[in-house]
Design a protein around this ligand. Structure first.
Ligand code: ADE
Length: 225
């Protein structure tokens, strides 16, 4: 899968993309994630990318020209399944949406900053708008990193144990059951006996019951979906 990210701040992604699972996915060639600095498409002498909003008001707006030229160039080279804009106005990211996107081949992801992008970009280029939650971030970059992580970890071969993404919380609208590792007794705080029993069927039943209990207690809304 290929994800091309358009941003004014490529440096924000250095941390999230250079460790652990995303790094490994790129090293294995399963995911190709490329960052593009929108400023490089600015046509002005001072490489401006933002301007005051027509009609007045606070904050700056990302100008149409650099983004349009950038997206057009990207689209001339790659056939994208979706052109995604990260914004609080978008469809809320959940596991279902991550699953849906993980079977696409090429995604183009636009990160806004300042007050946002010129509306005409939305009208003419964006095919999908995604929000990572009902709060406002300073820009789309952290949201794009979250989206990328949620999608890349689902690609076959990325996680060591292929089944482990399938047992994640939310994959079946249930939260994960409690997990433990050695020692089985720490200060008298004991691991449930069933997990030490070696009875795989009973353990699976216990885990399912625990998932259900935890979901009822912590996120009952998931059971209605
Ligand atoms: N940009 C600013 N806030 C955002 C959010 N909640 N989700 C996605 N992109 C954003």
């Amino acid at each position: 899968m290929r994800i091309d990210i358009l941003t004014l701040f490529p440096g924000i992604f250095e941390g999230p993309f250079s460790h652990s699972i995303i790094k490994r996915a790129m090293e294995k060639g399963i995911a190709e994630i490329k960052l593009f600095d929108i400023r490089e498409w600015s046509q002005s002498k001072h490489r401006n990318v933002d301007d005051y909003p027509f009609g007045g008001g606070a904050g700056m707006v990302m100008m149409i020209e650099p983004i349009a030229l950038c997206i057009e160039e990207m689209k001339s080279k790659t056939n994208y399944d979706e052109v995604i804009y990260l914004s609080p106005d978008g469809e809320l990211l959940d596991q279902k949406l991550a699953n849906r996107l993980s079977v696409r081949k090429n995604l183009l992801v636009l990160c806004g900053h300042y007050k946002g992008i010129d509306e005409r970009i939305r009208e003419h280029f964006i095919t999908m708008e995604i929000s990572i939650g009902n709060y406002v971030l300073s820009g789309g970059e952290l949201a794009a990193a979250v989206l990328t992580d949620a999608v890349i970890r689902l690609l076959p071969g990325v996680l060591n144990d292929e089944t482990s993404a399938l047992s994640d919380s939310f994959q079946d609208n249930l939260l994960s059951p409690p997990i433990y590792t050695r020692p089985s007794d720490f200060r008298g705080w004991k691991v449930p006996d069933i997990l030490l029993s070696g009875n795989d069927r009973e353990i699976a039943n216990w885990r399912h019951d625990q998932s259900l209990e935890r979901t009822k207690k912590c996120r009952p809304g998931l059971l209605d979906e």
